[in-house]
Every structure is written in C-alpha cells, then in structure tokens.
Design a protein. Structure first.
Length: 98
C-alpha cells in the first residue's frame, strides 16, 4: 500500500474555506478505485495545521489521484490559502495489508 502524509498549514483567515474544499476532495477521493483511505486531520492545538492521510493500493493509483478533476480543482482552490508549501511524505503501508 502506498501512503502519503501531507502536512498543511493554512492562513488563519482561510481555515473554513480550506476545510470545505478539502471535504469535497475527500468525498471524491474515497470513491477512486485504488483508494484505501483518505483521512483529513486537524490539529487540536493549532487549527491552521492539517494532515491528510492518503492511502492507495499502489503508487500508480496515488499518481492517478493527482490527475483527477477533483484533485486539480482542490489544488487550485487552496493554493493561495497556504501559509507555507504543503509537504507530502511517502510511506509504505504495512498493516492493514491489502
């Protein structure tokens, strides 16, 4: 399984906008054939910090996600709301398997 943890910091005035845009991306992403999980986490200590937990069956499925209309729309919508560039860190998912 191919997992990416995406760390995001959003400008203070755009947290609600980011949450809504990310909800739409989440809802479409979980319907992708290769998607296994797409969790959106918000820090309890700093509401401007988020982690997106994206799990796909393969690296090819993860790459295909980045070509979807919903991902491209999300990327464009949130670009100006970022306080810093988002950082994706790839992992190999061990458990659960499959």
């Amino acid at each position: 399984m191919h997992v990416t943890l995406v760390n995001v910091q959003v400008k203070r005035g755009h947290v609600a906008d980011f949450v809504e845009a990310t909800r739409l991306n989440h809802e479409a992403s979980v319907r992708e054939a290769g998607n296994r999980r797409f969790d959106v986490l918000q820090s309890g200590e700093d509401p401007t910090r988020f982690v997106l937990y994206e799990a796909y069956a393969s690296s090819e499925d993860a790459a295909a996600h980045k070509r979807t209309a919903h991902y491209l729309a999300w990327r464009e919508a949130v670009a100006d709301w970022m306080a810093a560039p988002r950082q994706g860190v790839p992992y190999r998912g061990l458990f659960p398997s499959g």
